[in-house]
Design a protein around this ligand. Structure first.
Ligand SMILES: *[C@@H]1O[C@H](CO)[C@@H](O)[C@H](O)[C@H]1NC(C)=O
Ligand SMILES: *[C@@H]1O[C@H](CO)[C@@H](O)[C@H](O)[C@H]1NC(C)=O
Ligand SMILES: *[C@@H]1O[C@H](CO)[C@@H](O)[C@H](O)[C@H]1NC(C)=O
Ligand SMILES: *[C@@H]1O[C@H](CO)[C@@H](O)[C@H](O)[C@H]1NC(C)=O
Ligand SMILES: *[C@@H]1O[C@H](CO)[C@@H](O)[C@H](O)[C@H]1NC(C)=O
Length: 736
């Protein structure tokens, strides 16, 4: 009996093991690819894309069934599918009629660095409540916590009539008249319920209700409020703890566009800019734009390196993260009474009144080499040497190792995050290099070093807004003549709704459960722009995505070029000001055909343009201009060499201010080597929606390696409105 049992047991192990081996080689051969087949053809009656997808697959597959290979079908807003393919199958498919492109599906990352706070329009701001309640914000993220007070539907009527979506969030997930839709794409989690906290946070920042008196353990206390508290939310769960898979994101675009959302919030992205024709985000957002839907997208958290933003398509609204006037700081009190100020969001009061022993990682291990130990690397700290003590590490970490080893607190010397406070599973302080040195001196000066970490406090920061170090920078290595990012919004220490089953520090050992938490990242900046765009749209429901974007860019507040070394490539047109944006005076409008023309002017041929548009768009024989000539609300020009030169920008503005108005141009430049002229320099309008064109000519003396860029601006003003566009001419494009 026993033998039999163990025999069958080992047999099972063998079978399972073999199955895994077979799967592994299978997996290696076949990877999920996205097969893009372009726009839907509305004329074909009774056309069924899914059966077409299966029949196409059957023609190329070698020894795998089509139903097994097919992962997703896109058929509501554009045509295509995702399927597991090997290299030969991929090549065959790419050559087939009707197939626009085939590219591997990648896994993208959420744009948070973890951390926390909140802004919004003031409660007294004028709103169009009826129109606002017709706005539907689509959030592509980790799901949502439906029971959060931020999403309660008290006072909400039924969803707007245009809504064609559904509530399909899995078991024990109910929508209401505020949270009107949910769809799940992640295979790993079959519920729209948010286990990470990220999606709850971004959704409530964009469109959450006003909830009074919330805080993270008393910190950042205030009223949480989204940009458009009366708007509706539809959730598209495309991310889980492993990241966000491209084939899922495209499915969400396919659905959200057909469901009738007005604005899409996309706090995720690639780690590096991708060629537009192979970028699922560029393709999905292009279809959204063609249907009148603006997508706000986080610039990325790969700053401060230049050229690090991955959100580069001109039809996307690319958002940088900046600080607000509330900073969160920590105080470390040493045994000799010295106080050192550092960072982290530390909700832990000092559990003991008195100070505890302080040890340097180097003296707290018998297990690892010196370098690993001073960094408190995983598995290096000796429990008996650190238990009940505060440990100093020379590297920033998430605090997992000191937590594991039973330390009471951790001090880290931080050369990376000099402007953001993260949340840790235990009391923690990030110290600057300078304070780190002071601390080491103290350690050397006494035989019995001790310290105490106080609970974090909020202080006023008069230097705000400053773009965060982690916020991805332009210029765009893909389209150097379109300034990216477009705009800056609060993304440091943002307090918003959270999932009570998620760990506020992202550490499994952290058992705190909170309904509101503080996070940082361009992920947090993006929904501020989503909410602002929704707010402007509630006043102008018929405006195009480009008009909404223009209104927000041309009214953005100027940011300091002194405090932001990368100037427009850090903050774009400046800091978002939604109240000004609802009445911009003039807008720089653009539509699908203008973006197609820009792609042609970038050197794309018709074939390559169709890789994005998916329709029969084509390029004229001769170029009509250059990428810089797209009717964009900012003006950028990359010049590869340093010789003196002259360039111009042709633009058209649409009057959305007073019917009868006269605008005068005013230019500024960063120095005498840059001359800007505008022709004509006066625009007189007689009617609303009247369009007027003008040409901005910029001549620049020699640029040098030391002085590789010049900046200026154009402001159109009628005495009431100020319509501002930054101008950048530069020769220092980073290499990809
Ligand atoms: C549904 O989810 C909520 C929130 O997690 C929980 O409190 C409740 O018990 C769940 N109900 C069922 C039937 O699982
Ligand atoms: C502390 O003492 C160690 C060993 O004596 C020495 O290497 C180190 O430079 C000292 N650190 C400071 C900050 O003085
Ligand atoms: C492109 O397709 C549209 C609609 O399918 C059609 O009306 C148009 O004539 C086509 N254009 C070209 C250049 O083929
Ligand atoms: C703009 O510059 C281009 C290229 O230098 C030139 O051909 C064109 O005439 C200029 N347009 C205007 C209106 O000055
Ligand atoms: C526009 O301005 C002109 C000249 O000042 C004036 O005669 C006319 O009445 C104005 N029209 C409107 C609609 O305000």
């Amino acid at each position: 009996m026993a033998t039999l049992k163990s025999l069958s047991f080992s047999h099972i192990i063998l079978v399972v093991f073999m199955a895994i081996v077979v799967n592994a080689t299978d997996e290696e051969d076949r990877k999920v690819h996205i097969v893009y087949m372009g726009a839907l053809n509305p004329d074909q009656d009774g056309y069924s894309p899914s059966s077409q997808h299966l029949s196409i697959l059957q023609q190329v597959l070698e020894g795998s069934s089509a139903t097994e290979s097919l992962v997703r079908s896109y058929k509501r807003s554009f045509n295509g599918f995702a399927a597991k393919l090997n290299e030969r199958e991929r090549q065959k498919l790419a050559r087939m009629d009707g197939v626009v492109s085939v590219f591997p599906s990648r896994t993208l990352q959420l744009h948070t660095t973890r951390s926390w706070n909140f802004m919004g329009l003031t409660a007294a701001t004028k709103r169009q409540l009826n129109a606002e309640s017709d706005v539907i914000v689509g959030v592509f993220d980790t799901g949502i916590w439906p029971e959060s007070e931020s999403f309660s539907d008290k006072g909400f009527g039924p969803p707007p009539k245009k809504w064609k979506g559904t509530c399909n969030g899995g078991t024990n997930f109910t929508c209401n008249n505020k949270l009107i839709g949910a769809r799940v794409y992640t295979e790993i989690e079959e519920t729209a319920r948010d286990r990470e906290g990220h999606g709850t946070h971004t959704a409530s920042t964009a469109a959450g209700n006003r909830v009074v008196g919330v805080s993270f353990y008393g910190m950042a206390r205030g009223n949480a409020r989204g940009g458009v508290p009366s708007a509706r939310i539809a959730v598209y769960k495309v991310c889980s703890y492993i990241g966000c898979v491209e084939e899922d994101i495209l499915s969400a675009f396919d659905d959200a566009i057909a469901d009738g959302v007005d604005i899409i919030s996309l706090s995720l992205g690639h780690s590096a800019a991708a060629e537009l024709s192979a970028d699922s985000l560029a393709i999905g957002t292009f279809h959204a734009m063609a249907k009148g839907i603006l997508t706000s997208s986080s610039a990325g958290n790969f700053g401060p390196e230049r050229g690090s933003t991955s959100s580069v398509a001109p039809w996307m609204f690319s958002v940088a993260a900046s600080s607000i006037d509330r900073q969160i700081i920590d105080r470390l009190v040493l045994g000799d009474g010295t106080q050192l100020v550092g960072r982290s969001v530390n909700s832990f009061g000092s559990r003991r009144r008195s100070k505890v022993d302080l040890v340097y990682g180097t003296t707290a291990s018998t297990l690892c080499d010196f370098t690993s130990v001073r960094r408190c690397s995983y598995g290096c700290l000796d429990r008996r040497l650190v238990k009940g003590k505060i440990v100093l590490c020379d590297k920033v970490s998430l605090g997992a190792e000191p937590m594991r080893a039973g330390a009471l607190g951790v001090l880290m010397i931080d050369r990376v995050f000099n402007d953001v406070a993260l949340t840790y599973p235990l009391p923690a302080v990030l110290l600057s290099s300078e304070n780190g040195e002071k601390l080491k001196l103290y350690l050397n000066s006494t035989r019995n070093p001790q310290a105490k970490i106080l609970k974090s406090e909020a202080i006023h920061d008069s230097s705000a807004p400053v773009v965060a170090s982690f916020s991805s920078r332009g210029p765009s290595v893909i389209i150097p003549d379109i300034i990216k990012p477009d705009i800056s919004a609060p993304g440091v220490n943002i307090l918003a709704a959270f999932s009570p089953i998620a760990s506020p520090s992202n550490d499994d050992g952290d058992t705190r459960s909170v309904e509101y938490s503080i996070l940082s990242g361009t992920s947090m900046a993006c929904p501020h722009v989503t909410g602002s765009a929704a707010y402007v749209k509630s006043f102008h429901p018929d405006w195009s995505p480009a008009a909404l974007k223009s209104a927000l860019m041309t009214t953005a507040r100027r940011m300091s070029a002194v405090k932001n070394e990368d100037t427009v490539f850090a903050y774009g047109s400046g800091h978002i000001d939604p109240v000004k944006a609802k009445n911009p005076g003039l807008v720089y409008d653009a539509h699908k055909e203008n973006y197609i023309e820009m792609l042609c002017n970038m050197g794309y041929d018709s074939r390559k343009v169709r890789l994005i548009s998916g329709d029969n768009s084509s390029c004229p024989k001769a170029r009509t201009g250059e990428a810089k000539d797209l009717n964009y609300p900012s003006m950028g020009r990359y010049v590869p060499d340093l010789k003196p030169f002259k360039t111009n920008f042709t633009r058209t503005v649409t009057n959305v201010g007073f019917p009868n108005s006269t605008y005068k141009a005013k230019v500024t430049s960063s120095g005498p080597e840059m001359k800007i002229s505008v022709e004509p320099s006066v625009l007189s309008f007689k009617a609303l929606n009247e369009k007027k064109s003008f040409v901005v000519t910029v001549s620049v003396g020699e640029l040098s390696l030391k002085h590789p860029a010049v900046f200026g601006s154009l402001v159109w003003s009628d005495g009431i409105h100020r319509v501002r566009s930054p101008i950048a001419i530069y020769s220092d494009l980073p290499t990809n």
